[in-house]
Design a protein around this ligand. Structure first.
Ligand code: GDD
Ligand code: MN
Length: 390
């Protein structure tokens, strides 16, 4: 049977945990027939000042419930609490899946079951989502709090290019261990001292998952004590999202920079050769060739450094192909500017050039490099041509 461990971090949650443990073991777990449910409390103790005795409450219950576990340590922040908890659940308890869940009843325990059902139905990653039908944020929340949560979440969705997922900041999630969680280096997640690590963990988990399912979550108001979330936490969350967003597009960004350098070289070359007495057309062509050489070298050693071409003979072959592919871009420009000016008159030529480069040449070159020059895209349809080109 599948073993599922709920990893529940607590920091000064005595009154909540007192109710949460029996609620899960008496009411919720008995209704889940097809999985063995465990609860692991990861309790943090304050560095200074009195401890509220959350751990004692847990230990008291442990004599009644054999599937209740506790890990205790000094407070290092929410992310680290989860890292310790998840490792323990995977290595010591041999969990098949883990659930991240808050102790303060903001994740109402009745939502555990649908989450487990989605997992048993084949999901690798299940997200308790406040922003799909059936999900909600507390109606008590002031309008500004709702707006911050909604737009913050929308911002991260756009940055990470994950429009299909509606709640990227939720703290209530289930993750399959094999193939998903066990491929993630938990200590390397960003911002482990804070809540913001959540976005990184979600991002890595989605990457490893074949099937992601969102189930509705009615996010409840806090039952006891006070929230540990703050403005600082929110900014850290945005930071993580931005870094992830950029990292993912790193190759494309480098390609764009190299392209811009190429353009500058092209322009300078045109000027120099023109002033040396070459005809303008020939000067432009010479400038273009220098840009092509610079693009090839910079892309080889920087943009595509993971697929770097080092063999000299192969470099010559690839450089020839690179020139041929660049010639394709020349044709694209000619066709687009030609058609545009025939349709709308010669005055649109500069606009058409921008359109040709922005919409056609940039994606064309990027695709050619990835497909045929450095061959980072493995697309079965092109496999034979890729092989033929060496
Ligand atoms: N062990 C440990 N260590 N637990 C912690 C720590 C810590 O440093 N900080 C918070 N917790 C525990 C709390 O005791 C609670 O069980 C849970 O983590 C969530 O903390 P809250 O303080 O209740 O956070 P929140 O309700 O403001 O934030 C919720 O919404 C965020 C945004 O949607 C959480 O669900 C977050 O996970 C979520 O990102
Ligand atoms: Mn809370």
């Amino acid at each position: 049977m599948n073993k599922i461990v709920i990893v529940m971090p607590t920091y000064k949650e005595k009154e909540n945990i007192e109710k949460m443990i029996p609620e899960l073991f008496e009411k919720q777990f008995p209704s889940i027939k097809d999985a063995e449910m465990h609860l692991l409390i990861v309790n943090d103790l304050p560095y200074k000042g009195p401890d509220d005795g959350t751990g004692d409450v847990v230990r008291k219950y442990m004599s009644n419930y054999s599937r209740l576990h506790i890990l205790e340590g000094k407070k290092e922040g929410l992310g680290w609490a989860y890292v310790r908890g998840i490792k323990y659940a995977v290595n010591k308890l041999q969990a098949d899946a883990i659930i991240e869940m808050d102790a303060d009843f903001q994740h109402p325990p009745r939502f555990v079951r649908p989450m487990v059902e989605a997992y048993l139905g084949g999901a690798d990653y299940v997200i308790g989502s406040r922003y799909i039908k059936g999900g909600s944020v507390p109606s008590e929340w002031a309008i500004h709090r709702k707006a911050i949560s909604f737009f913050g979440n929308l911002f991260i969705r756009i940055i990470l290019l994950k429009p299909s997922i509606h709640d990227l900041t939720t703290g209530f999630r289930l993750t399959r261990v094999r193939g998903v969680l066990d491929k993630i280096k938990l200590e390397n997640l960003m911002e482990l001292k804070r809540f913001a690590y959540k976005v990184d963990l979600l991002y890595q988990s989605i990457k490893n998952s074949k099937k992601v399912v969102e189930v509705p979550l009615e996010f409840a108001p806090r039952a006891q004590e006070s929230s540990k979330f703050s403005m600082k936490e929110m900014l850290a969350t945005f930071k993580v999202a931005i870094i992830l967003g950029i990292k993912d597009k790193e190759r494309f960004i480098k390609y764009a920079i190299v392209g811009f350098v190429g353009y500058v070289i092209n322009a300078i070359g045109l000027e120099i050769f023109y002033r040396l007495g070459f005809a303008a057309g020939l000067a432009a062509a010479l400038g273009a060739e220098f840009a092509i050489i610079s693009n090839f070298i910079l892309n080889n050693f920087w943009t595509f450094k993971d697929e770097k071409i080092v063999d000299f003979k192969r470099a010559l072959l690839k450089f020839a192909q690179f020139n041929f592919s660049s010639f394709g871009a020349v044709i694209i420009q000619g066709v687009v500017v030609g058609i545009g000016t025939v349709l709308f008159g010669n005055s649109v030529r500069q606009v058409m050039l921008v359109i040709a480069i922005g919409f056609f040449v940039i994606p064309y070159n990027y695709a050619m490099y990835n497909l045929f020059i450095w061959k980072t895209w493995k697309i079965p349809f092109f496999a034979r041509i890729q092989k033929m080109l060496g």
